[in-house]
Structures are given as C-alpha cells and as structure tokens.
Design a protein around this ligand. Structure first.
Ligand code: ZN
Length: 352
C-alpha cells in the first residue's frame, strides 16, 4: 500500500487556499466472488466485426474486470464482445517455462510459443487497485455548483469518479482505479464513452446528465438525458458574450532576446479584441493583444517549442506606438517563465 499527496497550490499561482491531490495506491483487490468461484472469462473489445480493421478482441473477467496476462488477441470475426470465452488458453506448463526463461535471461516480456500466439494467459495472482482525489478550497478559478458521479469505460484509468463543487468555496474529487470495475462491467461494458449523472449550475445555465456520455456536449444523447437550460436574461435579449479579434495594421518583424541569452525573430500582429454581445455593441469591452509567430518556434522544454501565441499589451503602449517593444518584453517574460517551470536551459554558443 502506498500513500502520497501532491500540492497543486504552487502551480495554480496562489489562486486557492488549499489545492491538494492524494493517492492511495497498490491496494489488494478483494474480489471475493472470483476468489471463491474463479473468474468468469468473456470476450471484450471494440470495433465492427465485418470490417476487422479497427477491431480488437481480448479476454476479461465479467465480474471483476481483471484481464489475463497476456490478455489474448482474438479474431474479431470469430468472437463477439460480451460472449463467454470458451476458447483455448496458454497451457500452464508453458507459462511456467516462459517464466523460467524470463528469469534466466532477464527478459521483460515472456517469450510466447508459436502455438500460443493470440491466446490468453493466466489470471494475475493478486490484482491491485487504488483510490485518489483532489481537494480544492477557496479557488478563484472554479465557478458554479456541480455534483456528479461517473462510470468509466473499458479503457478508463478512473473506474468510478465522483465530484462535488460548491463554487469557490470547496471542490472535492474522488476516483477509484480498478475498484468498481464490476459496475463498469455491468452497466457500461461496451465502447469508450464514460457515463455520468450530473447536476450543475454554471454560467447562468442549469445543466444535467442522466447516464449521459461524458465530455460530449455534441453527443446524440436526447435532451432529457443530457442538456442545459439557460436562465441568463442578458443572453436571451442581447445574444451570447463572445470574443472577437480584428487585425490592426500590417505584420511587423521584431527580435526577442530571452533572459537565457538566445534570441529569435518573430512576426508581430496587433489585434483589437472585443468581448461583448452581438446586440449590445456599445458596451463591448475593448482591449489589445499581439499575436506573435516564430519560425522555427521558441523552445521551452527539451524537444518542445511554441511557434505562435498571443500576449496582451495596454492602451498606452498602443497610443505611444511602443506596442512592439511591450509585446516582445511580455513574450520574453512568458517564455522564460515556462522554461523555469520545465527546468529548461537552452544550449547557447558559450556552452559550445
Ligand atoms: Zn474476476
């Protein structure tokens, strides 16, 4: 059993009082029924049977969701998802032999006998699972009220997920890993959509999901199953609040020199930003931003770079015609901050 926590407060730059993640992992799974009566192997997988291209089949225990190792690679044309698996297994004698070879040669994966290709192997001796979660207190970043319960799919890392959010006051998230697979096997065995029950009041909207597909507001779920009702009068009268951008003037070229000593040529484009409602134009909130593009991009961690992004500049900088300088300073500061976060230091000429 392992217990560890992570303090996210440092990362969210102090916008909350408490922001802590926790994990209780490597717990033995009880699986009483399976221990007493043995696992119940069924065929699991995805994809159409006809096309065969994007299809896969393997073996899983219908009760506890544990997969044998190897899990098997069955013919999608012969095996249907959900059917009991009555096909061949890798013989135990050959499993023992493979284990011996593994130990002898220090192999990471057991050698598979020619006759056993695609067959499932033995069930794991002591399957493990865990719990985890996060507690956030007093965050400025979390508006609204929400309560929900989620059941994962056959590919989920989190099997069951629960959350409670009380605006900025408190947010609690709890999830299980492996535990609760029985629930997924019973109620959501097919496909890669997790399912959820949720009630939320966010942004003047009342949202609900009743066994709805998670994270898919474009889904084909009927409205009773997943939908929202807006009680935002402003939106009804004047239209939804949106950002829009308009380029001002031509693209300009600048040189950004980062505190780490390297420099890049960037193209800068000044943009007028508007935040407002279509039928309430006179109340638009106006601001300025500069879109920058660099080819090649500016590295901020090993093997990663950014080639286009956006920085804000203020009214004075635009009025005085110094927005290019202001944008380059903001861009340099932002990139340097990201480098620090990733512990990245570019190789400069002095390093050779
Ligand atoms: Zn089982």
């Amino acid at each position: 059993m392992r217990w560890h926590t992570v303090n996210y407060k440092a990362e969210d730059s102090g916008s909350s009082l408490v922001d802590r993640g926790w994990w209780l992992s490597d717990l033995p799974r009880l699986m009483l029924f399976c221990r007493l009566r043995g696992h119940r192997p069924v065929v699991d997988g995805f994809g159409p049977r006809e096309a065969g291209l994007h299809a896969a089949r393997w073996v899983v225990c219908d009760r506890c969701g544990v997969r044998p190792s190897p899990q098997g690679s069955l013919d999608p044309e012969k095996y249907q998802v959900g059917d009991p698996y009555t096909g061949p297994w890798i013989p135990l004698t050959r499993v023992a032999a493979a284990d011996a070879w593994m130990a002898l040669l220090g192999l990471r994966t057991p050698p598979v006998h020619e006759d056993d290709k695609g067959k499932p192997g033995p069930w794991p001796e002591s399957p493990r699972g865990g719990f985890g979660g996060q507690v956030v207190v007093g965050s400025r970043a979390l508006p609204g009220f929400s309560i929900g319960f989620e059941v994962g799919n056959c590919g989920s890392e989190h099997m069951l997920d629960m959350h409670l959010r009380l605006g900025r006051l408190l947010a609690i998230y709890v999830h299980t890993e492996q535990f609760g697979t029985w629930v997924q096997r019973r109620f959501n065995p097919n496909g890669y959509d997790s399912r959820e029950f949720r009630l939320a009041v966010v942004d003047w909207q009342f949202r609900w999901a009743i066994w709805g597909r998670c994270n898919s507001w474009l889904s084909t779920d009927p409205r009773w199953q997943q939908g929202y009702f807006s009680f935002d009068l402003m939106e009804k009268l004047f239209g939804p609040k949106r950002y829009s951008y308009e380029p001002v003037g031509d693209e300009q070229v600048g040189l950004v020199r980062l505190p780490e000593g390297d420099q890049y040529e960037v193209r800068l484009l000044l943009r007028r930003e508007r935040l407002g409602r279509p039928r309430l134009r006179w109340r638009d909130r106006l601001s300025w931003s500069v879109q920058w593009t660099a080819t090649p991009g500016i590295p901020y961690r090993e093997g990663r770079s950014i080639d286009s992004w956006c920085v804000r500049v203020d009214d004075e900088a635009v009025q005085e015609g110094t927005w290019q300088t202001a944008a380059l300073i903001a861009l340099g500061a932002k990139m340097s901050q990201m480098r620090t976060r990733h512990g990245y230091r570019p190789r400069t000429k002095e390093d050779g």
